[in-house]
Design a protein around this ligand. Sequence first.
Ligand SMILES: *Cc1c(COP(=O)(O)O)cnc(C)c1O
Length: 377
Amino acid sequence: MKDNKTLLAQANHYINPSSGGIVPPIDPSVTFARDDDLELIGNYVYGRYSNPTYEQLEGIICELEGGEKALFFASGLAAIAAVFETVNMGEHIVAPKVMYHGTVDWLKRISEKRNIELTLFDPSDPTNLTRSLIPGKTAIVWIESPINPSWDVIDIEKAADDTHAAGAILGVDGTAASPISTQALNLGADIVFHSATKYLNGHSDLNAGVLVTGAVNKCWEEIVDVRRLTGGILGSFEAWLLLRGMRTLSIRWQRSCESAMQIAEFLEEHPAVERVLYPGLPSHPSHEIAKRQMTNGFGGMMSLQMKRGQEAAREFVTRAKVFVRATSLGGVESLIEHRRTVEGPHSEVPVNLIRLSVGIESVEDLIEDLRQALEGL
Ligand SMILES: *Cc1c(COP(=O)(O)O)cnc(C)c1O
């Protein structure tokens, strides 16, 4: 197997068979011609079903994750919605109670509308996942690794064993770990998801989501139908941009991890800071699992809680000059946000919590910015 860094940098050693070009072309066609016998010339019919530009991308992410098939969607949430579209009335879904807020909001909506039972468990005690399962009724267990914004790391191998024993499917949102650091399918997950808007693309200039499956089974075939019938596909131009962004994933990831570790250590020593949540720190409750599961860096995401509460937290964010005051993650530019303000009044995130996404700038500039913004708070 090729190393991921080589695979990414070369877009899977792409060479155009007719021109020798080393950059994959965009094929924006939404319809595909037939020959004299009215047979399809290629394997393509219509843009909403598939297109050569998506297939290049899908091939690369499959290799990265060690999966069998992949599907890209117009956004992360379009991909997540397609997964839950496979759950029938009367079945049951299990997920952590604090995770990416869009996913929780979607799960609450479908469970109310479709008579699907939803158990949202507290992930700070990992046995809660096991206790939430209802054998024969649970259809999907959905977890994040690490979980936003506590960055708790759930043991995927254990979650997969328990989920399978209950006859359910395990889906893992690996957005914050990136495929460089966690191989969820190899650990037993059935489906891995990434918001490709984040680390995969890395340049904060497109929305995309991807699902990768370990095996083509009934659930996967249904997801393929859902994308085809609901139309949440990625545009060809976005697919191409993403292919370009992914070429530098490994080096962006590595830099973010290195800087994030230094920033986490700086913040942990700061008197204005009550607590730093970063899985790379020995003080993080999930550090031991993270060391085993995040085999290539702990990522660029962390949260910190301010000693003086909400006011100090908001003031800290407003003083940032290098960190950009915006939501999202995984881009080359570092971001800072007061998470409760971003999620809105129904949020369960502590009011004194700040979320940082560490990019690839000079780490000295980033630390200096945090130092000046924390002065006297
Ligand atoms: C951003 C994000 C999503 C949703 O992805 P979009 O591309 O914004 O739809 C899902 N999960 C996590 C962990 C995310 O960070």
